[in-house]
Design a protein. Structure first.
Length: 517
């Protein structure tokens, strides 16, 4: 006997004389398992997407056979058999990877290709699939008939998943809410604390940002959250790692969930929740936070695809974009930084105003990116604009004003306007010493920049003592392995090399190389 079970363990699907499945609900008859004969003779094969139902029907894992994802080799065989066309193996592999080896999606794609051949090939289908989210939804929402499947079952990938979403929404709405929130994150590496109930999420973020660098903090179990996770795992909508602290979702499940939210008019609700959590969780990329930034960056980058409509959420969105751009700057990924910072600045201008401190931060960081990419006229223009606003709004000795002044001086250096740069750096150094103290990182940066001006002008007798002083203070204040310390060491090595002190230069460069690795 072979049964194809319903998602609900209290519903039994019976096959009538016309081959159609009809539901006999618990209100009319007994639950499914009460219909199964209790006998040692014969076998019953039950297929289901519900792990919970499988456990009830089999009495334990001993009699369960879990059907995992299709591997790439079998996925390619299925594509070849269904499409009936010749194709480049590389294109075929890319397509089955894009469809994440989901048999229904592959069959649907193959039917689409076969119906439209030779005008549509595997390659053209792949290009269309990768074009945009709307294109993917359009292709996956098609319901191509398949005589070998039950006639009442949809062949649309989107509709097939959404049947499960509707069912879960009726049985446990909070599980649907969790799935909806998770659909906006990157599909891999979703740390548990990111999607926990708000109070637990805030507690975890506060602990991490206060110095606990672990992002796998074990919270006291929340019973309702655990039940939600259990249900989503039972229907194979999410997976966990070995410790259960990190979740993964199928990309096509995420896409189907977001389409389902669109149909129910709830997209903005969960988009805003996701953006708000990323604004809180993603830290400023100080060197000590780089590990956390790397873990969260795939999720923070996703915000670029989900511009909200609500003004408050737009402000949070701009904030996440700024912090992503700031991290890209620290990693030397300037084209990416420019994209994120430009958008952050433009959104800040319209939501917060052109003179808001956060808008000025985006402007200043973007000017720095222009300079690093040798777009010097743009860097100078934006720095001058930011400096004028910052002086007027925040004051000439405010830290943001000094940061913009520093960037402008660096732009002058790149333009070989050394005298103007020297005057600005002397001003920044003097104010930083007065306001922050002689050993503050900003003061040491200003001292380093002044020494670099002297070096570029060949004034090595003036630059070397400054670099030595900065190096010793940085070792003391931020540690010998901080990127700032390594930069001072590298500049000092260059001075030694220029003066023919090759052994000293080699020793310093070897230290920079080993620590940098």
């Amino acid at each position: 006997m072979v049964l194809d079970s319903a998602d609900d363990p209290d519903v039994f699907y019976n096959t009538n004389d016309k081959g159609k499945q009809t539901a006999i609900t618990n209100g009319e008859k007994r639950p499914l398992w009460t219909y199964l004969p209790q006998s040692s003779n014969g076998s019953i094969l039950v297929t289901t997407r519900s792990r919970e139902l499988a456990l009830k029907l089999t009495g334990g894992h001993k009699y369960m056979i879990e059907v995992g994802p299709m591997d790439k080799d079998h996925a390619l065989e299925l594509l070849a058999a269904k499409s009936g066309s010749q194709y480049d193996n590389e294109d075929g592999l890319k397509l089955v990877e894009a469809l994440e080896c989901m048999p229904l999606a592959i069959s649907q794609a193959a039917a689409y290709i076969q119906e439209r051949a030779p005008r549509v090939s595997v390659k053209t289908y792949l290009n269309q699939f990768q074009e945009s989210e709307q294109s993917r939804l359009s292709l996956l929402n098609r319901d191509a008939g398949d005589l070998r499947r039950d006639g009442s079952a949809s062949n649309s990938v989107i509709i097939t998943w959404q049947i499960s979403f509707d069912f879960i929404g009726q049985k446990r709405p909070s599980a649907t809410s969790l799935l909806s929130l998770m659909s906006f994150f990157d599909c891999e590496g979703i740390q548990e604390y990111l999607v926990q109930p708000w109070d637990l999420f805030r507690k975890s973020v506060d602990e991490i940002h206060s110095g606990n660098r672990s992002t796998t903090i074990n919270q006291a179990l929340d019973p309702e959250f655990e039940e939600d996770v259990k249900m989503l795992r039972s229907y194979c909508l999410i997976k966990t790692n070995e410790t259960g602290s990190i979740f993964e979702m199928h990309r096509l499940v995420q896409l189907s969930t977001r389409k389902w939210l669109d149909l129910h008019g709830e997209t903005e609700i969960f988009k805003e929740q996701y953006i708000s959590r990323m604004a809180d969780a993603f830290p400023y990329s100080d060197f000590e936070n780089w590990g956390i930034c790397r873990q969260l960056l795939p999720h923070a980058e996703k915000t670029m695809d989900y511009r909200p409509t609500n003004t408050e959420s737009l402000i949070n969105w701009s904030f996440v974009l700024y912090k992503c751009g700031y991290f890209f700057v620290r990693q030397g990924k300037f084209p990416l930084a420019e994209t994120f910072l430009t958008l952050s600045w433009r959104v800040g201008e319209t939501t917060l105003g052109p003179e808001h401190p956060d808008t000025l931060s985006s402007m200043g960081e973007l000017a720095y990116v222009y300079r690093e990419q040798r777009q010097l006229p743009e860097a100078e223009s934006l720095s001058m604009q930011a400096l004028e606003i910052s002086k007027r709004v925040l004051g000439p000795e405010h830290l943001r004003t000094l940061a913009v002044t520093n960037n402008l001086a660096l732009t002058y250096i790149d333009q070989k306007r050394f005298k103007e740069a020297e005057l600005l750096h002397l001003h920044v150094l003097e104010v930083n010493k007065k306001v922050l103290g002689a050993e503050h990182q900003n003061t040491l940066t200003a001292m380093h920049n002044l020494a670099s001006i002297y070096m570029k002008q060949g004034r090595l007798e003036e630059s070397e003592p400054l670099f030595l002083q900065v190096l010793e203070l940085r070792k003391k204040v931020i540690g010998p392995e901080h990127p700032g310390t390594l930069m001072s060491m590298a500049f000092l090595a260059f001075i030694c090399f220029t003066q023919g002190r090759l052994e000293e230069s080699e020793s310093l460069q070897l230290q920079v190389l080993e620590i940098g690795k």
